[in-house]
Design a protein around this ligand. Structure first.
Ligand code: UN1
Length: 512
């Protein structure tokens, strides 16, 4: 039988990556000089490969190449930039299966979700190609005669992209495809828990550039948050830093970038909830809740962590969810019928156990699951916990499959509890009643960036803007006008008269 490590190595060598230690990309692959880190397969605990991190000199070289590339790339017409992105999308289509396997092996999500992640990149490329012909500015009517006003959008500059392990490549694509058509060059700092996938995708990005003789706009640097993350955030040569990850990381990035008056785009933690009304279709609800709670082993920022259930249907739904949780196939994410793979590492397992202890100390009742599965890898059973909204642990994001069930009587009460957490990413209501649905979506309803009806909290499409409020950071990626964040806006006023009238009727005649 082929081992996971062998499959990973085959995928990488199929893409021409044999020397894994050249793990930075600055136009060409760069021999880095920092520490060596291993990429660990969370399903076996075994190494899949190793890479060498970048040090301060490597960082400097990557930034300089990225800066130079920007100077050339910003002069390419946007539709031509779109052609490069189209080629990248085609390469991703060609290598979808291999890349899907690599995602699955490196971060432990099931193969179908690994493939879904690559599809999300392809969708993003398609969206960005369309955008490359739609970077519209408006024209305005000037208050002054024979004057014309319009706004135009220019490329912003070299962009830093910091991504997390759980969507190791899709989130890069959300940023990179749009940043590229917007005319920016970029530096990607991937999670050190998923470096091989980042290498593989960067290899294809390089190939797309080579095919069009384009400047090296897609660059890569591997390093820790403390070392490379800090450098990127504080670097005035990078006008935009897009960061996806924990609230703690995002708060730091946001503060450092704000300190130099740069622009940041933050997509941070969620603590998403589903509200189930007494009139909900329970079969639909059950399927949606289980996917939202245990998909990607509860490690999506959109994972459903809190379930508000109307008291009249709570017993039924609780039993159905407990039965579904207990019969889930947990195991090797590359195997066909498995639905739940491992957590990313031992720390994630420990955090889950800690949250379960706290939940019980705070008065919650463990209804099923929560056990650590003995043997290799970081496998756990999804946990269902009877809880109350005032339990502190339900206000935190624990990146693991724990679902807190909270009963309610009135929708208003559920909405108030729903909104009473620091995070504001995704939310959903299950109901067949129009009034309930509309109340959830109204300005007084869900306070999240995403609000769904009869659909779970996870699995958003790239056509809609993605992101959330409060501690989630306020950023929006993907979606129709995402490109504006990656561009600078310029207002132009042109006087084609022989006079010089001033705005607001101001008189200033130097001849009088
Ligand atoms: C994330 O977990 O950071 O909506 C992103 C979803 C995916 C993206 C999740 N399309 O679940």
């Amino acid at each position: 039988m082929t081992t996971h490590t062998e499959i990973a190595q085959q995928v990488l060598s199929g893409l021409g990556i044999t020397d894994l230690e050249s793990a930075a990309l600055a136009g060409d692959w760069l021999e880095t000089t920092g520490d060596v880190v291993q990429s660990i397969d969370p399903a076996t605990g075994q190494p899949l490969g190793q890479i060498r991190l970048a040090d301060a000199d490597d960082y400097e070289r990557v930034v300089q190449v990225t800066q130079e590339a920007f100077k050339a790339w910003r002069q390419w017409p946007a539709p031509r930039r779109g052609e490069v992105v189209r080629t990248l999308g085609e390469l991703l289509r060609e290598h979808k299966d291999d890349l899907g396997s690599l995602v699955s092996l490196e971060v432990g999500k099931i193969k179908s979700e690994g493939l879904g992640e690559v599809q999300e990149m392809i969708d993003m490329a398609d969206l960005a190609v369309g955008m490359s012909r739609q970077l519209y500015g408006k024209s305005m009517h000037s208050e002054r005669p024979e004057h014309r006003m319009y706004e135009q959008w220019h490329p912003l500059g070299p962009t830093g992209i910091i991504t997390a392990f759980n969507f190791p490549v899709a989130v890069w694509a959300w940023n990179a495809m749009v940043a590229a058509v917007a005319g920016n060059s970029m530096i990607w700092k991937p999670s050190l828990k998923a470096p091989l996938t980042a290498l593989a995708v960067s290899r294809l990005a390089c190939e797309a550039l080579e095919r069009h003789s384009a400047p090296p706009i897609f660059n890569l640097i591997m390093g820790s948050d403390a070392e490379i993350g800090e450098r990127l955030s504080g670097d005035r040569r990078l006008p935009l830093i897009s960061a996806t990850g924990s609230v703690r990381m995002g708060r730091r990035v946001g503060q450092v970038v704000a300190g130099r008056l740069g622009r940041s785009l933050l997509e941070l933690g969620g603590n998403n909830a589903i509200v189930v009304m007494d009139d909900a279709d329970l079969d639909l609800t059950l399927r949606a809740v289980v996917f939202a709670a245990v998909g990607t082993a509860g490690q999506r920022c959109t994972t459903c962590r809190r379930l508000f259930v109307h008291r009249s249907v709570a017993d039924t739904l609780r039993q159905q969810i407990a039965a579904a949780f207990s019969s889930l196939a947990i195991g090797d994410p590359m195997q066909d019928r498995v639905l739940v793979g491992p957590l990313i590492d031992q720390e994630a397992v420990d955090n889950m156990q800690k949250a379960l202890v706290e939940a019980q100390e705070q008065g919650g009742k463990l209804l099923c699951g929560g056990e650590v599965i003995e043997g290799d890898g970081y496998f756990v059973r999804p946990a269902l916990v009877d809880a109350r909204a005032d339990m502190a642990v339900t206000c935190e994001e624990t990146f693991a499959p724990i679902l807190y069930v909270i009963e309610f009587d009135e929708l208003e009460e559920a909405i108030a509890a729903h909104n009473a957490v620091p995070q504001g990413l995704s939310s959903a209501i299950f109901t067949r009643n129009l009034q309930n649905a509309e109340r959830f979506l109204a300005a007084t309803g869900s306070d999240c960036g995403i609000a769904n009806v009869n659909i779970g909290t996870s699995g958003a499409e790239i056509g809609g803007a993605f992101g959330g409020e409060k501690d989630t950071g306020g950023g929006r990626e993907a979606g129709s006008d995402a490109w504006k964040t990656y561009m600078r806006r310029q207002t132009c006023t042109i006087n084609h008269s022989d006079e010089l009238p001033l705005a607001q009727g101001v008189e200033f005649d130097i001849a009088s």
